[in-house]
Design a protein around this ligand. Sequence first.
Ligand code: C5P
Length: 228
Amino acid sequence: MKAPIAVALDAPDAETAARWAQAVTPHVAVVKVGLELFCRTGPSITSSVRGASGTELFLDLKLHDIPTTVAGAARAVAKLKPRYLTVHASGGADMVRAAVEAAEDVTIAAVTVLTSMDDRAMDAVGTTGPLLDAVRRLATLAVGAGAGALVCSPREVAAVRAEVGPGIVLITPGVRPSGADAQDQVRVATPEQALADGADLLVIGRPITGAADPGAAAARIAASLLPT
Ligand code: C5P
């Protein structure tokens, strides 16, 4: 059994990403390819990081455009057979629905509010009121439009779970094992706490990929999450 972890393969090149993937995929359920690596290497990266059998792919491209364009992009990358594909919920219900309908076998994961945004930044783009209200509103909108998963910070996950109920996959970045360096993540939680608050899949990058032995780091965190 593999742990509910998506390792963020934020690598400088395809070779490094493939090496990390090979080390971690025996232990984790998912590997995540983000926008930067995808843009640098092209779609071929997705086949070189699949690693050990049964590992799923999370394409974190955060699509946001008019519905027709998002549908076209979602249809194109659906051929790469990701399990999850991210879109911005703030693109609106029609846009989220367009992605859902264009990529039937893919779980569309909607990003509510980027964790890099705070109340002031939200005000500046015209969204007034508490940030958590915007998170809740966008979560409801995305689920109503057919999104099967949501990306939110561990700080928001309990409120989002209360809002959308069971059955929606909640994915949380900003996860740090206790004692690990938070780096540039501000709103962090331990893996155990994030799961207890309702998360289903934990995105973990540098605590694993920055370790001297990424395979051992993945195995250690995975073991702490799985029943013995
Ligand atoms: O290295 P670290 O564990 O901080 O990696 C977290 C991953 O999750 C990165 O790939 C980052 O881009 C991504 N992410 C995030 N916050 C979000 C959405 C995605 O940190 N709101």
